[in-house]
Design a protein around this ligand. Structure first.
Ligand SMILES: C[S@@+](CC[C@H](N)C(=O)[O-])C[C@H]1O[C@@H](n2cnc3c(N)ncnc32)[C@H](O)[C@@H]1O
Length: 341
């Protein structure tokens, strides 16, 4: 499209990049309207679809015409649509569940990216600047947004957490304390793999309300406990392994040092601290990590880190850095040990 109005190739390329927001908005609106869930195996008419999703027929017809340009639905006859592989992937019951991940970043995510220049200028979280509170306090007051966030994380966790649990070395008799573990999907995977291990999940009240039922009932329940609390203030003692996955990247160094310091004070000597994060490596394939780095700045003033930066954080928190001890897809298991008494 840009080439039609611009003769300079670089200008056309940068203009094309600037319109990426349109494609994102189109996909998001398709999910918000629930279009993919409203179409089954048979083609549907525009009238049926409009009635199923509660939209005006004329504007929905225009939107469907646009969606087909992106390969989302195919128009098989005039005003009759059927699924394509791409539209099927947007169904709520699709195996990889991108719809759940798209819903995770509700309206707030759209507002934050619009404030990117502000965060780059000031170094402040755009969320805090716009809403005047931190994202988890906001979720406390906006329960639906909080639930969509936890649901989206659990969709990602279905893919990631079995790999992390496979990569985590734990021994019989050990107690794993997971800080900020969401619905407990990772802790569940760890307990399932290690029948001699017990686990404690430290989370906000809201996250614990929707904790994975397999941890509360059934065979795992006897080895599971929950601790409602703020790990920036206090952390339970008595753990052999303190696990924290994809949460330190939400926080600035000061907050990370508070949490790591709480672990150092609460944990017995020689306890392991296992941080699971993606690392910035400077390698060619790290577009996702660099995007996430800026995303974390917007959402909570956080950042992605290099291995060296983690080593420094651990050192400043009074922990002995143990290096990268495992891999799980893009994630790395970065370890430290609490000092001997
Ligand atoms: C980015 S999510 C990561 C969740 C999970 N570890 C995962 O990898 O999917 C951050 C989590 O930290 C929790 N959280 C935020 N602040 C917390 C605090 N001060 N104490 C305990 N948990 C907290 C949130 O409820 C949320 O589940």
């Amino acid at each position: 499209m840009a080439m039609a109005v611009m003769r300079d190739e670089a200008a056309a390329a940068v203009f094309e990049l600037s319109t990426g927001v349109h494609a994102s908005a189109v996909v998001r609106a398709a999910v918000q309207l629930g279009l993919a869930d409203a179409v089954n195996d048979e083609p549907v008419t525009l009238e049926e679809l409009a009635s199923a999703v509660g939209a005006r027929q004329d504007t929905l017809g225009r939107f469907m015409r646009l969606l087909t340009v992106y390969g989302i639905f195919a128009e098989v006859a005039e005003e009759r649509y059927e699924h394509t592989p791409t539209s099927r992937a947007l169904r709520s019951d699709a195996s990889d569940g991108p719809a759940g991940i798209i819903r995770l970043g509700g309206d707030w995510n759209w507002i934050l990216w619009g404030l990117l220049a502000h965060s780059i200028k000031t170094g402040d979280s755009a969320f805090q600047a716009h809403y005047g509170q931190d994202i988890f306090a906001y979720f406390d007051q906006n329960r639906q947004a909080g639930e969509a966030f936890q649901h989206g994380l659990a969709v990602v966790a279905r893919r990631e957490d079995p790999m992390v649990a496979d990569a985590l070395a734990v021994s019989d008799g050990e107690r794993v304390i997971e800080l900020a573990g969401g619905k407990g999907n990772l802790l569940r995977a760890v307990l399932e793999r290690h029948p001699g291990v017990t686990g404690t999940l430290v989370e906000t009240e809201q996250a614990l309300e929707t904790v994975d039922p397999a941890l509360r009932e059934g065979p795992l329940a006897a080895r599971f406990s929950a601790f409602t609390g703020d790990c920036q203030t206090t952390v339970p003692g008595g753990g052999d392994v303190y696990l924290i996955k994809q949460t330190l990247h939400m926080w600035n160094d000061e907050t990370c040092l508070r949490v790591l310091g709480n672990i150092r004070r609460a944990a017995p000597p020689g306890a392991r601290v296992v941080v699971v994060e993606q690392l910035l490596t400077g390698g060619p394939g790290e577009r996702r990590a660099r995007l996430m780095d800026v995303h974390m700045l917007l959402v909570a003033g956080g950042k992605e880190r290099t291995e060296k930066e983690f080593a420094e954080l651990f050192h400043r928190a009074g922990l002995s850095f143990g290096g990268v001890r495992g891999e799980a897809g893009d994630l790395r298991l970065i370890e430290a040990v609490t000092p001997e008494a």
